[in-house]
Design a protein around this ligand. Structure first.
Ligand code: PLP
Length: 378
């Protein structure tokens, strides 16, 4: 089955009693045993639930892994993966990763004995130099947030493997429709399903997708032991959203390309970060390892913070809000919103200025999105 068909047909057909065409919400905390030895596959919803399982089967099929665990947030998915490591282990991550992940690494897991080094992931020599005998993981986010830097997953997986480490990729920004990290040698994939997989800005969720029996067992154990799994209702919402992932991503990308081209040629805009533009520094790499350019873009508006304030107040379709990946277009200001948990020095080091705006392009008509910006920038 092709991708769009898997989106619709994996994880349904769970109701043999009434043959419902969609997967029901199994709102039950516990499940009756037939006798002291037998149950029907589920005993307690923290450990497993049929609705959540349906979503996990679906995402497994989309990423091309062997198993998945759906969690209550993206952060809880990332938390689960950190339990693959022991105190003293070192993890190499990019300096421009998602702000919440940076905070979780730098101030929560560092206190629990894990060591993190933040490097310029695009510079493979820096990554090689950061490797020590304690390196157990390279954490990959591509494209990065908010500046859409692309890193070479195959090259990083190779570096990790030869150092006896694994790679974990946060695939939230592109979704498996546009990028499947397992095909490039990555070991574990995480998502904030809050974003494109659900796609309708009405739930927070996450997942960990694994591609080996060892990782699948460890993640399953940790998600149950720590109690990280999502509710059946949230799982159902994401399962409902994921069915339209293919057509949504096509619409998202049409709008993103139109807006990127418009901004790129606008005199009030200094710079546009969108991998689909041929002058993006990693455009060729994006073409090679992605099956789409996604719908996140950032740009630098001329005139600093006063211009930023004017633009966001004049936009009518783009809501000033964090998050991304929903059908409605959003705009946000990393300096005081998504990346506020980083120090100002860390933000500047990552290339985020007081003029950077990040846009999540929704599925509205591209002409309407462009004319909204045309008004706001005039
Ligand atoms: C949103 C996001 C997360 C965190 O997910 P939550 O669902 O908000 O916990 C992690 N990584 C990336 C790239 C994200 O965009």
């Amino acid at each position: 089955m092709r991708f769009e068909t898997r989106c619709v047909h994996t994880g349904v057909d769970k109701d043999s009693t009434f043959n419902s065409a969609t997967t029901p919400i199994y709102a039950s905390s516990t499940f009756r045993w037939d006798d002291l030895k037998t149950h029907r596959g589920f005993d307690y919803t923290r450990s497993g639930n049929p609705t959540r399982r349906a979503l996990e089967e679906n995402i497994t099929a989309l990423e091309g892994g062997i198993d998945c665990r759906a969690t209550c947030t993206g952060m809880s998915a990332i938390t689960a993966t950190m339990h693959l490591f022991q105190p003293g282990d070192q993890i190499i991550a990019g300096h421009d990763i998602y702000g919440g992940t940076y905070r979780l690494f730098d101030s929560v897991f560092r206190n629990m004995g894990l060591d993190f080094v933040f490097v310029r992931m695009g510079d493979l020599d820096q990554v090689r130099k950061a490797i020590t005998p304690r390196t157990k993981c390279i954490w990959i986010e591509t494209p990065s947030n908010p500046l859409l830097n692309i890193v070479d997953m195959a090259a990083l997986s190779q570096i990790a493997r030869s150092a006896g480490a694994i790679t974990i990729a946060d695939n939230t920004f592109l979704s498996p429709y546009c990028q499947r990290p397992f095909e490039h040698g990555v070991d574990v994939v995480v998502h904030s399903t809050t974003k494109y997989l659900n796609g309708h800005s009405d739930v927070v969720g996450g997942c960990v997708v694994t591609n080996s029996k060892e990782h699948a067992e460890k993640i399953s154990y940790v998600v149950n032991a720590l109690g990280l799994a999502c509710s059946p209702f949230d799982a159902w919402l994401v399962l409902r959203g994921v069915k339209t992932l293919g057509p949504r991503m096509e619409a998202h990308q049409r709008g993103a390309m139109a807006l990127a081209r418009f901004l790129d040629s606008h005199p009030q805009v200094d710079r546009v970060y969108y991998p689909g533009l041929t002058d993006h520094p990693q455009h060729e790499l994006a073409k090679r390892q992605q099956t789409g350019f996604g719908a996140m873009l950032s740009f630098e508006v001329k005139g600093g913070r006063p211009s930023v304030e004017r633009v966001v107040s004049k936009l009518k379709l783009f809501q000033l809000a964090e998050s991304l990946g929903g059908v409605e277009s959003l705009i946000e200001y990393p300096d005081s919103m998504s990346h506020a948990s980083m120090s100002e020095a860390a933000r500047r080091e990552a290339g985020i200025t007081d003029s950077t705006l990040r846009v999540s392009v929704g599925i509205e008509h591209p002409d309407d999105l462009v004319s909204d910006f045309s008004n706001a920038l005039s």
